[in-house]
Design a protein. Structure first.
Length: 210
C-alpha cells in the first residue's frame, strides 16, 4: 500500500509497521511519515504535551535547549527579534533567550493560539523539538520562511534519522505525536522548495538561512 508524501507529493511505500506504528518512506525526498490514520486529535495531543514537565529553573531542560540558545547567540546580536514557534505550554526557551537580551514572541497551535505574532517579521525563529510534529511540513516550513526578515534564520532541533539506525529499536518513532521524521535528504528538499539559501546540520541543530 502506498501513501502520498506530504512534502513532495510522490507516492511512498510502507517503510515500517508493527502493532503500534506504521511509517511510509518517500523514495524521492527521503521523508519518513506516519500513516495518516494514526494522527492524533488535538485533545489527544494536548494531553500528551501536558505530560512534558519543564520550567525555567530546570537545568536539565536548559541543557536540552542550550544548543539553540548558543546558535542564536552566535548568529544574532542582543536586541534581535525572535519567535519561539511551537513553544508548548511553558515557553522556557523564549524566557532563557529573553534573559540573554533578545526580544521574543511566542506561538503554539495548541497552547498559545493568538495569531498576532504570526503577523510580524523576525530576525530568527526557534523550533525546539517541533518539526517532527508537523502534519503538513512543507506548508509549515513555507509559512516560517515567510515570517523571516531578509537574511533571517530558522533554527530547529530534532533527531534526524540515519540509514544505519535500527528503526524498530529507535526510540524517536515511539512517540505518537512524532508524525514526520527527517533525513538529510528531506531537509535539503525542503530548503530548496521553500527558497532557503542554505541548510546547515550540526548534530541535532538544523539552521535554515533565508
Amino acid at each position: 500500500m502506498k501513501s502520498t508524501c506530504p512534502i513532495c507529493a510522490a507516492p511512498a511505500g510502507t517503510f515500517f509497521e508493527n502493532e503500534k506504528h506504521k511509517f511510509y518512506l518517500c523514495p524521492t525526498c527521503g521523508a519518513i511519515f506516519r500513516d495518516p490514520k494514526q494522527l492524533l486529535k488535538e485533545t489527544e495531543e494536548r494531553s500528551r504535551y501536558l505530560n512534558h514537565i519543564s520550567g525555567v529553573e530546570d537545568m536539565g531542560y536548559y541543557d536540552f535547549v542550550s544548543p539553540l540558545i548558543d546558535r542564536v547567540k552566535g548568529d544574532f546580536d542582543k536586541g534581535s527579534l525572535g519567535l519561539d514557534f511551537g513553544c508548548g505550554h511553558t515557553p522556557v526557551l523564549s524566557e532563557h533567550l529573553k534573559n540573554e537580551g533578545y526580544q521574543m514572541a511566542i506561538f503554539d497551535p495548541i497552547f498559545f493560539k493568538d495569531p498576532k505574532p504570526l503577523n510580524k517579521a523576525y530576525d530568527f525563529i526557534v523550533c525546539c523539538e517541533v518539526m517532527e510534529h508537523f502534519f503538513q511540513p512543507l506548508q509549515e516550513f513555507q509559512n516560517l520562511y515567510n515570517l523571516l526578515r531578509p537574511h533571517g534564520k530558522l533554527i530547529c532541533k530534532t533527531h534526524l534519522y540515519e540509514p544505519h539506525f535500527d528503526f524498530d529499536a529507535w526510540y524517536y518513532k515511539n512517540d505518537p505525536t512524532h508524525v514526520f521524521l527527517y533525513q538529510t535528504q528531506s531537509l535539503q528538499w525542503i530548503g530548496n522548495a521553500c527558497g532557503f539559501s542554505d541548510v546547515k546540520i550540526d548534530q541535532r541543530v538544523i539552521t535554515f538561512s533565508k
